[in-house]
Design a protein around this ligand. Structure first.
Ligand code: GLA
Length: 375
């Protein structure tokens, strides 16, 4: 399955970890529909780690925990499909999953077939408890082949955290997305850390195998498994804008059943969603003025000649962030300039004297979707 836009959905892990069950999953799915999130493109409902019994059955098959999923996984899949959603599940390439449940090492073909029979559309595949003697790329190639021969179209979501030179081989495994980072936490420091890790790995993402910067913490406000201190709304806006600009898959991690209006507005911002879903699939790039890595600019050329421009302030103070039109391929001698609508505020922005600049509060950003027009 080739996806030309990053997969979008909701995942159980960030908030619920092992506290998952059928009722939670189906209620969250209903919320995707009733809140407009599905209409905005969030279509995968992913059950992460901790869904299985601690041991396989006598035939070696994975068994859903009957207390958590009393009707089994096919029932969940059927219910999601009826809602027009897609069903994601989780396993691991090592001896156990990260939370110590049975994993798929040496059972790749059996497990892929089981997932296919259940109606699974997406498999997140982790990297915990990997034997030292095993070769990571071969483990992912095995599962890639097993899924491709499972009889069902299953999106393969690699999760080896960028380890063991993942970017060099992940595209060869059949994975449609690859986790480039360690786990996210609901703090500004975590967002900043994962963001800065992208400076050197952008060339490895894109259509065919998207660079997954990990699940979203937008709207968690310190609640749930990776909750910690939480972030301000500006920091959540920064986080979401950055993930969209960098074409990361967007997997919501908060409890959407109780999300507030600001959270919903961030997650459905039409300007940012048009950028992350751009059909042209061009790779975004960073610009650093005078080498300053704390005031980065991200640019992405879009379908039809538009361009997305994002100014980001990683510092703890207010800062003026700027970009020149020359750097995005629209020099002054072209007789052209750029104008467009800002995400979140809807305000009009324009390059003046070949420059776009804005004073930004700490940990905030401004992103525009712009058109090239006569100067
Ligand atoms: C790893 C992954 C997380 C999550 C947990 C589950 O840490 O990176 O995204 O899936 O395992 O145990």
């Amino acid at each position: 399955m080739i996806k030309n836009i990053p997969p979008m959905g909701w995942n159980t892990w960030n908030t619920f970890a092992e506290n998952i069950n059928e009722e939670l999953v189906l209620a969250s799915a209903e919320t995707l529909l009733s809140s407009g999130l599905k209409a905005a493109g969030y279509e995968y409902v992913v059950v992460d780690d901790c869904w299985a019994l601690r041991e396989r059955d006598k035939d070696g098959k994975l068994v859903p925990d009957p207390e958590k999923f009393p009707h089994g996984m096919k029932y969940v899949a059927d219910a999601l499909h009826k809602m027009g959603l897609k069903f994601g599940m989780y396993s691991c390439s090592g001896a156990m999953t990260c939370a110590s449940y049975p994993a798929s090492l040496d059972r790749e073909y059996l497990d892929a077939r089981t997932f296919a029979r259940w109606g699974v559309d997406f498999l997140k595949y982790d990297y915990c408890f990997k034997p030292v003697s095993a070769d990571g790329k071969n483990l992912y190639r095995r599962m890639g082949m097993a899924l491709a021969n499972s009889g069902r179209d299953i999106l393969f979501s690699g999760c080896s955290w960028g380890m063991d030179d993942t970017p060099a081989w992940i595209g060869s495994t059949g994975a449609n997305m690859w986790r480039s980072t360690p786990d996210i936490f609901d703090t500004w420091d975590s967002v900043k850390d994962l963001f800065k890790r992208q400076y050197h790995i952008l060339p490895y993402g894109g259509v065919g195998c998207f660079n997954d910067m990990d699940m979203l913490i937008v709207g968690m406000h310190g609640k749930g498994h990776v909750g910690l201190s939480g972030c301000t709304d500006d920091e959540y806006r920064f986080h979401f804008a950055a993930w969209c600009m960098l074409a990361s898959p967007l997997m919501i991690g908060c409890d959407i059943r109780s999300m507030d209006e600001t959270t919903k507005q961030i997650l459905t911002d039409p300007v940012l969603l048009s950028i992350v879903k751009d059909p042209r699939g061009n790779r975004p790039y960073f610009l650093f003025y005078y080498g300053n890595e704390d005031l980065p600019v991200i640019v992405r050329a879009l379908d039809g000649g538009d361009v997305a421009v994002g100014l980001f302030n990683l510092t703890d103070g207010r800062a003026n962030v700027w970009v020149t039109a020359d750097d995005i391929g629209v020099p002054v001698f072209s007789g052209k300039t750029l104008i467009g609508k800002e995400a979140y505020t809807g305000e009009e922005g324009r390059f003046v004297n070949g420059t776009l600049s804005k004073e930004l509060p700490p940990h905030s950003c401004a992103v525009w979707r712009m058109k090239v027009v006569n100067a």
